[in-house]
Write a protein that binds this ligand. Structure first.
Ligand code: TYM
Length: 332
């Protein structure tokens, strides 16, 4: 049986990378699979968060998922901390995973920076909690952007070691689903950096809450090179900013990059940016408007999360009980 799980952190604004790399694919998968989508609030606190801001962000990200088209009736939509089995299984994952495996995680190195001694233990163990998020539902597929690939490999390693250590065939080896033309959307200011919620410059990203004017301004200022757009995909080699904008266009228009270049190759960036602005606004504006409508009624968002928590707990609890039995934790 196929079961899909994925998650998003409620830290700062959802941006175009989250949308094109993950959320839009979730919307497309929801009709064909059993899906659980989670606002991973416990991951967020691996770095200090202002409590009131975090509470607001959990609701806002939930509103973003609903506005983008996730149907809370078809899917299980919830926030992580309402399903204690995630953290309970994470402890088991802590005991299965090896220090050496976690030491290799590039995202930890990036986030901890130079002062690793000062990073939280939670930030170091983050990938184990992520593995638990997935394994507590025995999820078979995880739709994510490219940046999560290494964490998913670790999830497979943990699943495999658990199965071997206890001589069981219990956890599936989860497959990543990295879909579409924008699996790694880059910063608008620097084509070598990922578009990210934590970038200091708001001009580096397009937020799902940005107005049409802001989107236009940000794309106008987006870094490019002086050449016109190439006619072929090979012509994007060595031109990271051009490749990024063409990839974004392709994903938004549901075309391949080759199809986009067949239409716009030879254009100067100024003209292309105008077209891209119109396209981005036409996709994001309805989501933005719906998000604002949903945020006017936080009680209704909480009701969606409560219902999701109940359904997620119903799946997770028996699986946790099986895990405890396998490991030998007595449940008298
Ligand atoms: P997070 O919150 O950073 O991002 C949520 C999703 O958006 C994708 N993404 C991108 N895709 C393309 N281009 C980008 N610039 C870009 N930035 C982000 C991410 O790949 C992700 O799919 N660790 C995860 C959250 C998580 C999770 C999980 C995911 C926790 N538990 C279990 C899957 C399964 C994270 O920090 O995503």
């Amino acid at each position: 049986m196929n079961r899909i799980f994925s998650g998003v952190q409620p830290t700062g604004n959802l941006h175009l990378g989250n949308y094109l790399g993950a959320i839009r694919n979730w919307v497309r998968l929801q009709s064909d699979y059993e899906c659980l989508f989670c606002v991973v609030d416990q991951h967020a606190i691996t770095v200090w968060q202002d409590p009131a801001t975090l509470r607001h962000a959990i609701r806002e990200v939930t509103a973003g998922l609903l506005a983008a088209g996730l149907d809370p009736k078809k899917n299980v939509l919830f926030n992580q901390s309402t399903v204690p089995a995630h953290a309970q299984l994470a402890w088991v994952c802590n005991c299965v995973a090896r220090m050496g495996w976690l030491n290799r995680m590039t995202q930890f190195k990036e986030k901890a920076g130079k002062n690793r001694e000062n990073a939280s233990v939670g930030l170091f163990a983050y990938p184990n909690l992520m593995a638990a998020d997935i394994l507590i539902y025995k999820a078979t597929h995880v739709p994510v952007g490219e940046d999560q690939k290494q964490h998913l490999e670790l999830t497979r390693d943990i699943a495999q070691k658990f199965n071997n250590d206890y001589g069981v065939d219990f956890f599936p080896l989860t497959e990543p689903l990295i879909l579409g033309e924008a699996t790694r959307v880059m910063s608008l200011r620097d084509g070598s950096k990922k578009m990210s919620k934590s970038d200091e410059s708001d001009f580096s990203r397009i937020n799902m809450t940005d107005t049409a004017d802001t989107i236009a301004q940000k794309l106008k200022k987006a870094k490019t090179d002086p050449e016109p757009l190439p006619e072929t995909v090979e012509g994007l080699d060595g031109r990271p900013e051009a490749a990024n904008l063409v990839g974004i266009y392709a994903a938004l228009a549901d075309l391949t990059r080759a199809e986009v270049l067949a239409r716009v190759g030879g254009q100067p960036f100024s003209a292309f940016k105008n077209e891209l602005t119109d396209l981005a606004v036409s996709v994001l504006q309805p989501i933005n408007t719906e998000m604002a409508r949903l945020m006017a009624d936080p009680g209704a968002i909480d009701a969606v999360l409560r219902d999701g928590a109940e359904r997620a707990n119903a799946i997770a609890q028996p699986i946790l009980a099986d895990i405890y039995d396998i490991v030998g934790l007595l449940r008298p």
